[in-house]
Design a protein around this ligand. Structure first.
Ligand code: 2AM
Ligand code: CA
Length: 266
């Protein structure tokens, strides 16, 4: 499979940051037994990974703008191109020694997602997509799963925690979804969840609130794998609303309908 020059730059940046995160993850596992825990160490690992990605991407394209989880918006001379970067998605997992975390890098051209990379260093799985060029895991072409009924589907989600999201409305959604599906999974890295939907490992996904850097690369992966992604009203305002609903055409449609339902009596 031939990758464009720009996608290669993104892959190199993600893999270099991945090596750094993997080394730090080893240490985090040792620090679990300490009273203070690995908190400060993890913040440092996160910043280090972001620094690596920033350096690699700006070396290749010095003028491009950035939106990064830690540093926020960094306007460049070229405001038509923007990198959207999450150096460590699944921070809580990383902090607790759970090997479910990822790096997410997307490229926007004139507001349109054109390339995306998600890398899971713990499993050495590299997900890539370019607009119009399909989605891949390592060298394998990806397709979303073919199941069309919610009753056969495994659906991923994210559970809002302390101080984040609306717990009451999440519980209503969860109640309605769990009554209709084969299983619900909560992995803790939205970027990986979306990559798994693109790879057909999960049939669908919904979560809110998410940030653009959590979802930008994953949105392109799903589209390029033949899937559908939208906000909860079916529109394309995922970045502004922080809502993401994904699946193949049938599951996406069914999920949207189920998420609109008031509390069910079942
Ligand atoms: P993070 O690990 O980069 O924080 C977990 O449900 C998902 O929500 C993760 O992808 C996590 O990304 C994301 N998320 C976004 N904002 C968050 C926040 N303020 N606290 C925890 N997770 C957050
Ligand atoms: Ca994130």
């Amino acid at each position: 499979m031939a990758r464009s020059a720009i996608l290669n730059v993104m892959v190199q940046a993600a893999m270099k940051a991945g090596r750094s995160l993997s080394r730090d993850f080893g240490e985090v596992q040792n620090l679990q037994v300490s009273l203070k825990g690995p908190g400060d160490y993890v913040s440092q690992a996160d910043r280090k990974a972001e620094e690596i990605i920033h350096a690699e991407l700006s070396r290749a394209r010095p003028a491009y703008s950035f939106l990064m989880e830690e540093r926020g918006e960094i306007p460049g001379e070229d405001d038509q191109h923007r990198w959207i970067v999450d150096p460590l998605d699944g921070t809580t997992n990383f902090l607790h020694g759970l090997p479910i975390f990822s790096i997410s890098i997307a490229l926007e051209r004139q507001g349109q997602l054109v390339a995306g990379v998600i890398y899971n260093p713990a499993m050495d799985e590299l997900y890539t997509a370019e607009r119009g060029g399909g989605a891949f895991m390592n060298d394998r072409r990806l397709r979303v799963a073919g199941r069309s009924k919610l009753s056969d589907a495994v659906i991923g989600t994210g559970v809002p925690h302390l101080g984040r999201g609306h717990h009451g409305s999440f519980l209503v959604e969860m109640r309605n979804v769990m009554a209709e599906v084969s299983g619900v999974r909560r992995l803790g890295s939205a970027a990986l969840d979306l990559a798994y939907v693109a790879a057909g490992r999960m049939d669908g996904f919904w979560e809110e609130p998410l940030e653009p850097w959590d979802v930008a690369a994953g949105i392109l992966l799903i589209r390029e794998a033949g899937g559908f992604v939208s906000d909860k009203s079916g529109g394309q305002d995922m970045f502004d609303t922080g809502q993401v609903v994904a699946g193949n055409e049938a599951i996406h449609k069914a999920l949207l309908k189920t998420l609109k339902r008031p509390v069910s009596a079942r």
